[in-house]
Every structure is written in structure tokens, then in C-alpha cells.
Design a protein around this ligand. Sequence first.
Ligand code: ARG
Length: 446
Amino acid sequence: MLKFSESVSFDRRLAPFDIAGSKAHSAMLAHVGLITPGERNAIHAGLDAILAQIKGGRFAWDEKLEDVHMNIERALTRRVPAAAKLPTARSRNDQVATDMRLFFKYACAALGVRVLGVQRALLGVADANRGVVMPGYTHLQRAQPVCASHHLLAWIEMLERDRTRLSEVAGKANVCPLGSGAIAGTTLPIDREFAARMLGFVDRRGRPRVTQNSMDAVADRDLFIEFALACALLGVHFSRIAEDLILWTSSEFRFVSLPDAFSTGSSLMPQKKNPDACELLRGKSARLQGNLHTLLTLVKGLPMTYNRDLQEDKPPVFDSFDQASMCADVLEGTVRGMSFNRGRCADAASDPALLATDLADYLVSRGVPFREAHHAVGAVVALAESRGCAIPDLTNAEVNRVHPRFGKGWASVFDLDRALSMRKGTGMPGPAQVARQLARWKKTLG
Ligand code: ARG
């Protein structure tokens, strides 16, 4: 049962938050006169000493004391007799809820910084490869040419949503449950706002934010799920980026090469350089989704309020945080060391068929309704295919037999630089717009 029920093996990492919570709680107890200032000072000194021991790896954790809370409480009581008053008006239920809210505020900020690192790496590569043109894909078929930087900027957009999501989770975490007790608060005259203020659970104007229902405060695990969701979706984004990179490094594409430090060889085939980092990024996303699912299932059938099942809420959260953080670091390194093969990208983008839509736009600019233009260009594509030549190699006469509005200027559409420079509207992949977006991101990402 000891082995089965202990959580200190994984919740000991909450120690700094638990100690911060206990310092605030004891300060509040002194503030309302439930302990003396001397007792508060002794408790604070004891907690500081214990934190120093923990940080120095000198603290003797004991499984028999179940969790981080009881381990610290016992160690404190041994040093400071007044520690027997620390649990006044507090239960492990509001204590662990508080610890985890402090953890989420920290974790969201820390993970956000790592995601920012990936974005900055992507921005650097996008900036250094402004001139690289490649095909953009739909259905994994070559669709239309784009600046490679535009593709990288798409990933930056994606990751910006992840950073926003993380800061929203941190915002929701910013409410203090202390004072909820086990379920029904306390009969003692505590000052919840005082403790909340001390722990930084305050709004922009410095006003304390405290939970408004003691039962919900100890039963609620929404933040765990929302944090795991933020990590899972971040993982999905990392996985999609990784998948593009895996495709781009294959012999079939050879658009980019990845740094050796983030690739591996085969134990059998001497010629192989495998994109293992990217494959693991894809794989880890499964694990991050699993953690989300674990938490959703953990909570779904629980009666109000706290149930011991909830102790199982921490391993998936910590795992998501640790794995997502590592994923970000590995992706940042991979991106920093990647290089584009300009020639291969240009070759792939040079197929005139990628500008078939531009040819339809050309007809539209000459007064042809789009559906009719689409149809005419389809016929031109088929004609070139049957002749075994590229579209621009067809003659004026052949093309004008398909539709008279093609006239003489139709072949100018197949100038790739021109085609890209015409895509200059907001959000489009032409070089002028890409330059604007790069400048915008440089400002945003610092
Ligand atoms: N280790 C417990 C957890 O993480 C702390 C709360 C325990 N509360 C209780 N009443 N047994 O859930």
C-alpha cells in the first residue's frame, strides 16, 4: 500500500511552490493573530532551510510520508515546534490546488520561452533564405510556387497560437484556492486576500484574486486538462513541422539537409542519415495526446469534491511539461542547423503547370468568367500533356484555338518571379509581402 499510494516520488518537484504556499499561509496566520510574529519567523526560517536542503540534494525524502506536503511538514515540525500550527485552517486539498496553480504559472511561462526559441530559429532561417522558391503543396501534390520563407512563417504563426494558449492557461491559473480547506473552508477568521496577494495571485492592478467556491476550488482540475491540451496541440504542431522536414530531407525531395547533431546513422546501412529528431518529435506528440486523454478520463466520473484518484493528475502534467520542453529545444536546434538546397527547390518550383491558376487569372483579367477560364486552362494543360511538352511551349495558334481570349500575352504568365511578385497582398507568399512579415515578426519576437 505504501508503494501504491505514495506520490512523493513525483510530486517532490512541487517543493518550491509548496514552501512558497506555506510561507504565505503562515504570514497570513500571523497577520490575523492565529500565530505570533515570532512563530511566523521561526516557520519561515525553517522553510528556507528546508528549501536549501532540497535544492542541495540533502533532503531525506521518505515514501512513508506519502507526499511532498507531509515530507516538508514533518521536517519542519522537527526543527520548529510552532510548525504544529501551520496546518491551521488549511488542508492538503487546498494546499495541492495552490501548489499546482503556482506550478502552472511557472510552467506556462517557461514553456512559452522555449517555443519562442523555436520561433526565433525559424525566423532566422526564413530571413537567411528569402530568395528560395519552392512548390507549396495541397494533398501533397505540387500546387503553387511560394517563397520558402512563407512556409517557415506559416509555422511561426502556428507556434504563436501555442504561446497565446499557454499564456491564457497561466491567466486562468492566477486565482488562489487557499482558504478552501478540505471542502468547506474554516471557522477561523482567516484573510484569504492577504495570502493570495503574497503569492502573486493578483490582477493587473494588484488586487487579489481568490476562488469563489470552496467545493469547486478543491475539486477543479480544468487547468490540468487545459495545460495538457496546450501541450498536446503544441506537440501536434511540432509533429506537422517535423513531418514536412522529414519529407524535405528524403531523397525524393532533397529540399533541405538537417544538422548531423540532430540526425543519426543506421546501424546497418552505412549511407543512411536519418531524421531521428523529427521522427521522435512526431512520436512524442502521441504521448502528449495520451496525457490529455488520461486527465480527461481521470476526472470524468468523480463525485464532488476531492477524491484520491486526483493524485494521478500530476504525472501526466509533469510529463507533458518535460516532454514538450524537450521537443521545443530539439526542434530549435534542428531548425538552427538546417540548410536549404536552393537548386532542388528551384527545380521543383519551375514546373510551369504550377502557374496554371495564374493563367486562369490572366483570362479573368481579360474579362472571362473564372469557371470558363478554369475550364479553358484545363484544356490547355491536357493539350500540353498530349503533345508531351510544357504549357509555354504550345503555340499561340494552338492556345487560341482553345479560347480566343488567350491572345498573345498568355505566355508571359510563366515568368516565376513575376508570378510571385504579383502576390503582394497581406498574407500572400510574394517577396515584398514576405519581407513585410519578416519585419513584423522581428519586432514581435524581439
Ligand atoms: N498527494 C495528494 C494529491 O496529490 C495531496 C492531497 C491529499 N489529500 C488528501 N485528503 N489525502 O492529491
